[in-house]
Design a protein around this ligand. Structure first.
Ligand code: BGC
Length: 252
């Protein structure tokens, strides 16, 4: 059996830190995932404690892939729009590895991780050309693929739309905070997709984040977009699976 078959994936989000060993052959969690609440403020020390609790729950001692909701280059955090500013400049892999007794850790942007999982095991399987996954949640995350290859850290949630940052207008957090109806929110998402389409002309938009479970409430309301629009298939576990896949690739 391939020793790299299982790698741990942990997804650091605005509300929860969740993780599980991932079966890389199936692209799914190998055991039921464990979740702790994201501490507030989400400082590096507090989040790392949460990660250690999730990983420790499984008595895990192998490679770990972790997502982060900001730009990550060479395992170092470059931006932190929705978590504590103190993360910027932190080598997150080293910080987490030290806390986990030296396990190998790889860090990847959360939307990029979800995209990698969807392209391999979900709605993007076998799709060539330009594919964009957008995750709607606390912010808006993006993952851009060209013929299956990821262009990392695209950060399309911060595009400007009518003088506002797109994620401040069209995230699901905004929908909830402002109590927007599905049609009202769908109009904002439509405007946003039109803008992204103008820039990249993708063949496919994959809509991810928790709201993908309710895709039937808003995707049919979106008009005037040439690209196909489909909900993500892996939903809640995409970040966990994708983080583990990226970590496995880094080990090779
Ligand atoms: C961050 C992205 C992240 C997205 C979703 C944005 O505010 O800048 O890096 O992917 O939120 O969490």
């Amino acid at each position: 059996m391939n020793a790299m078959r299982n790698v741990f994936g942990v997804d650091v989000g605005g509300t929860g830190i969740k993780g599980a060993p991932v079966d890389l052959a199936r692209g799914d969690v190998a055991q039921e995932r464990h979740k702790v609440l994201t501490p507030h403020p989400a400082t590096p020390e507090a989040v790392v404690d949460g990660i250690a609790e999730v990983v420790g729950h499984f008595g895990w001692s192998g490679p770990v892939g972790m997502t982060f909701p900001g730009v990550v280059t060479a395992n170092t955090v470059r931006t932190a729009a929705n978590v504590a500013e103190k993360w910027v400049g932190v080598d997150a892999a080293r910080l987490v590895a030290d806390r986990l007794g030296g396990l190998p850790v790889t860090v990847v942007n959360d939307a990029d991780a979800a995209g990698v999982a969807e392209m391999n095991f979900g709605a993007g399987r076998g799709r060539n050309g330009t594919v964009i996954l957008l995750t709607f949640g606390t912010g808006i995350g993006s993952a851009l693929f060209v013929d299956g290859r990821l262009v990392p850290n695209t950060e399309l949630g911060h595009l400007e739309l009518n003088g506002h940052e797109a994620e401040k207008r069209a995230s699901t957090k905004v929908k909830e905070d402002k109590d927007l109806s599905w049609p009202h929110w769908a109009r904002r998402v439509q405007k946003y997709l039109a803008h992204v389409e103008m820039l990249f002309s993708p063949e496919l938009f994959i809509i991810g984040g928790g709201v993908s479970r309710k895709a039937d409430k808003f995707i049919p309301l979106i008009e005037g977009i040439t690209a196909e629009i489909v909900p993500a298939e892996l939903q809640n576990n995409a970040g966990i699976v994708g983080a583990a896949m990226v970590a496995a690739a880094a080990e090779r």
